[in-house]
Design a protein around this ligand. Structure first.
Ligand code: NIG
Ligand code: FE
Length: 400
């Protein structure tokens, strides 16, 4: 048998979804994949590289499965207007919101978008995120959506990270299609998407189903095309009101249904049956001063996997931090710290259709983090206490 090329010795392991166990283990990897996990009382076998963890905690790398981190412009004026009483929907109806970011993004060059996105991505990576989903959706025309997706692909070349792209042209109606939502959906579905998919720029599609955006019925056309092209499906659903988008998207085969504040408890069984992951975005809920809480107990009771993501975007969640969302998920949505840790590892990966990461088990990618901390719940309940002392992407050490 070929010897492992990497071994982590005497590591305490965070195994998402399993009871916390502080006994040390050795973790052997080869070719970027975890090969074997053994209790540390066994002798250490030879490997090309050895990392002596000395009882520190090894965790799966985090996945941020819902971000809009490519955009231009800034919307603090809107945040101030909301502090003075205006609602997110009112601002959107008056031409602010997504359309304001669209105008700034259309005016930015590919290079400008890239340079602005890099530090935001770096902020996530510094927290231990090594897999990031990035949506388009601020271009709202073919050339600008394409530019955003190209920037997302370039980010993956420039940083040690796995990036998955999502085509979100169905985010808002651009001004040139005012009053013609169906024509816009036809264009973005039948003309633009096949070309962008052909160029290899799209991994999945998304749509904002909301009274201020599109209906679940309008989503059907996009979902059908996505399936035909072999792409994944995400959907922004039940964020500000119940529209029935979560059940419709889940039935259409969605990997994830996201936001869900207005999801009805009786909808959860459908999500569970369809195998969709519920992506909870507490930072947007917090920043928009929402009151309606997602039906976490019903999601839990029906066994719907729950992921937690940052939703990082300039309007509803201007926070380039997954850790902040992890904390909020406990304190506002009532998830347990263990649920949150599973929600940013194994379930976040599943929300992206990825089943090869998020656990420290044989066969899983060696996307790993090494932490100096007393207890993994510090990752959820505290900020600035746990120290990230090492990161490995597919078994390759990332230098700080
Ligand atoms: O996930 N809800 C729709 N889209 C984003 C917000 C986009 C924006 O306001 O720029 C979200 O919250
Ligand atoms: Fe979003």
């Amino acid at each position: 048998m070929t010897q492992p090329d990497l071994v982590f010795t005497h590591a305490r392991l965070l195994q998402p979804g399993q009871a916390m166990d502080a006994t040390p283990h050795h973790v052997y990897c080869r070719g970027g994949v975890i090969e074997r996990v053994e209790p540390a009382h066994r002798p250490v076998r030879a490997a090309d590289r050895q990392v002596d963890c000395r009882g520190r905690w090894l965790t799966p790398a985090f996945t941020d499965c819902h971000t809009h981190l490519i955009f231009a412009g800034c919307r603090v004026a809107e945040a101030r207007a909301r502090l003075a009483g205006a609602s997110y929907a009112e601002i959107a109806r008056q031409g602010g919101g997504i359309r304001a970011t669209m105008a700034a993004t259309r005016a930015a060059s590919e290079e400008q978008l890239l340079q602005q996105a890099l530090p935001r991505l770096d902020a996530l990576l510094a927290e231990g995120v090594l897999c990031v989903e990035i949506k388009s959706g601020y271009g709202l025309d073919f050339a600008s959506e394409r530019r955003m997706l190209r920037v997302a692909r370039q980010l993956a070349q420039l940083r040690p990270v796995h990036i998955q792209t999502t085509y979100l042209a169905a985010h808002a109606l651009p001004p040139e299609f005012e009053g013609q939502a169906d024509a816009y959906l036809a264009a973005l579905t039948d003309e633009w998407l096949p070309q962008l998919a052909e160029e290899g720029l799209v991994d999945a599609v998304d749509i904002f189903c909301e009274s201020i955006a599109f209906s679940p019925q309008q989503g059907e056309r996009l979902w059908q095309k996505a399936r035909a092209l072999g792409l994944g499906i995400h959907a922004h659903v039940e964020q500000l009101s119940w529209q029935g988008g979560a059940v419709a998207a889940a039935r259409a085969g969605a990997w994830s249904v996201d936001h869900l504040e207005y999801l009805r408890p009786q909808d959860c069984a459908v999500l569970a049956g369809q195998g969709a992951t519920a992506v909870l975005l507490p930072a947007a809920w917090y920043h928009l001063h929402e009151q309606q809480l997602p039906p976490v107990a019903a999601l839990r009771d029906t066994g719907v996997p729950m992921a937690v993501a940052s939703d990082f975007n300039p309007g509803s969640a201007p926070f380039a931090s997954l850790r902040w969302s992890m904390n909020l998920a406990c304190h506002t949505f009532g998830l347990s710290p263990d649920e949150v840790l599973a929600g940013v590892t194994v379930h976040a990966a599943a929300a992206l259709g990825l089943h090869d990461r998020g656990r420290i088990l044989p066969g899983q990618r060696a996307d790993l983090l090494l932490w100096e901390m007393d207890h993994p719940h510090q990752l959820v309940l505290e900020l600035g206490t746990a120290q990230l002392t090492g990161r490995w992407l597919a078994g390759q050490a990332i230098t700080p």
